[in-house]
Design a protein around this ligand. Structure first.
Ligand code: URP
Ligand code: ZN
Ligand code: ZN
Length: 491
């Protein structure tokens, strides 16, 4: 018998959410999960998920798509190739960046990115604002406006000449973000430490890609992280440290959380699966492994795994920053490009989930529930996408991925759908693969083939991020300014 009250059923699967695993059937109507029960009748579109692990679609809350970097380099992926690549890797929602450069008007930036994505994205998407020029107009008019339009997070930088904000500016941004209900994401590296080391390296003729990791010392990361947390505590707002790489940084964050500070953190595949030594290759090859902060060593990898396991690092994103290995991307001066001139960033939007599934879940480092939390549920809560995204539950969008834990895949550039032309994970053998991908009940990927049209993804106007819906717990220094002068924020 066919149940026509659903337009899609996914049956016989083993469903995992962040809070548990169970066997059930899923009934979908108009893109929304309307029933989950032990046994449902088949609908007109019936998918047999026997032997498959049925997981919420991945949410990649840190990726750079069709963006011009702070150094002026255009990403290799547009919103079509970027979202197709994401979908093939089991991701059904991305949050990428609407990036302001200092002379840009924020409303124009947001409109431009919105148009690009609307025409091309095949999965759902939202934006964070990169704020490079927090002048009075930005802080008092534009920021509140974009937050009202559903861009409820912004990224700010403590390094890069053209993006860096000083501590005073960071405090101003944090204060306004807190008042308006947006979460501040921090690129935490000490600009002058990096500049000082890089100057000495270049002076001595040390220009090869491997010196990128030397210049971006782990102390530059941990110092800036500590400072970012102190600034956020003074301003009385939560802060999210993105792309955590170093052991000391993990420890700084863990200690601050123990003190009760509202600090959240993210790490990425490159900090689990790459090392600084990977960039020590002949010629310019090492540039393929360079991003900021750089991958470090086996000890740092262990610290990142431990941070993911104990909740210090609650988010696992790709930081997909795709640059081609030529003058349009990584190597603006060809073989003469110094490590200081290389585009920073590695691709990873498609392999983010398969890498963690294989090396985390299949090798026993993470439970499947932890995997779901780190790759989907926490992103939904952190960034105001819940309850619509991040769980297989009645009322949520039917963003569902069928994983085959028995399938083994050898990674090769040719199988990927991005436009980068290389992968730092070439040749790795991964266990488990996302074979069928549904976004709002639409089948996006099946039989290793894209099933949807460009532009069929939807913009998601996000709500208030979870950390902003709670008042910070009492913590030494949290909201210290308000305490000192006896005022609550906004008075
Ligand atoms: O090297 C990286 N991560 N490039 C992308 C830009 C950023 O800071 O996330
Ligand atoms: Zn960054
Ligand atoms: Zn990034």
């Amino acid at each position: 018998m066919t149940d026509t009250s659903f337009d899609l059923t996914i049956r016989n699967g083993r469903i995992s959410n962040a809070d548990g695993t169970f066997h059930a059937d899923i009934g979908v109507r108009n893109g929304v999960i309307v029933e989950i029960a032990p046994k449902l009748a088949a609908s007109t579109r019936d998918v047999d998920a026997a032997g498959r692990w049925v997981l919420p679609g991945g949410i990649d809350s840190h990726c750079h798509i069709e963006q011009i970097s702070g150094m002026g380099v255009m990403c290799a992926d547009d919103f079509h190739s970027g979202t197709v690549s994401a979908a093939f890797g089991g991701t059904t929602t991305i949050l990428s960046f609407a990036a302001q450069h200092r002379a840009d008007s924020i409303p124009e930036v947001v409109a431009a990115y919105g148009k690009l994505a609307r025409e091309k994205a095949v999965i759902d998407y939202g934006f964070h604002l990169i704020l490079a020029n927090p002048d009075e107009t930005a802080l008092r008019e534009h920021l509140p406006q974009v937050i009202r339009d559903g861009i409820t997070s912004l990224k700010v930088y403590m390094t890069y000449d053209k993006l860096k904000l000083d501590d005073y500016q960071l405090l101003e941004v944090m204060s306004v973000a807190g008042e308006e209900g947006a979460l501040v994401m921090m690129h935490a590296e000490n600009h002058d430490m990096i500049r000082w080391i890089a100057h000495r390296l270049l002076e001595r003729g040390h220009v090869a890609p491997k010196f990128h990791a030397v210049a971006h010392d782990t102390l530059a990361e941990s110092e800036a992280t500590n400072r970012a947390i102190a600034l956020a505590r003074l301003a009385g707002v939560p802060v999210l440290i993105v792309h955590v790489a170093g052991r000391e940084t993990v420890e700084v964050i863990r200690n601050a959380r123990r003190l009760g500070a509202a600090v959240y953190a993210e790490s990425c595949p490159q900090y689990l699966f790459l090392e600084a030594s990977d960039s020590d290759l002949p010629g310019m090859e090492g540039a393929k492994f360079c991003c900021s902060p750089p991958p470090r060593d086996a000890d740092a990898q262990e610290a990142v795994w431990a941070g993911l396991q104990d909740g210090t690092l609650g988010l696992y994103s790709s930081d997909h920053a795709p640059y081609r290995f030529d003058a349009s991307g990584k190597l603006p001066k060809g073989d003469a490009t110094t490590f200081k001139e290389m585009a920073n960033g590695v691709p990873g939007i498609e392999l983010r989930l398969p890498l963690l599934f294989s090396e985390g879940v299949m090798k026993g480092r993470l439970s499947i529930e932890e995997f779901v939390a780190l790759t989907s549920t926490h992103h939904a809560r952190m960034y105001g996408l819940a309850p619509r995204k991040g769980a297989i539950t009645v009322g949520a969008d039917a963003d569902v991925v069928l994983w085959n834990p028995g399938r083994s895949v050898t990674v090769g550039t040719a199988m990927l759908h991005d436009n980068v032309g290389y992968t730092p994970y070439e040749g790795r053998v991964l266990q488990g693969w996302p074979e069928m991908v549904f976004s709002r009940g639409r089948c996006v990927v099946a039989d290793n083939t894209l099933q949807v049209e460009r532009g069929s993804g939807q913009y998601i106007a996000r709500g208030r991020p979870d950390p902003l819906t709670r008042r910070p717990t009492a913590s030494p220094g949290q909201g210290r300014f308000s305490q000192l002068i006896g005022l609550e924020r906004g008075h």
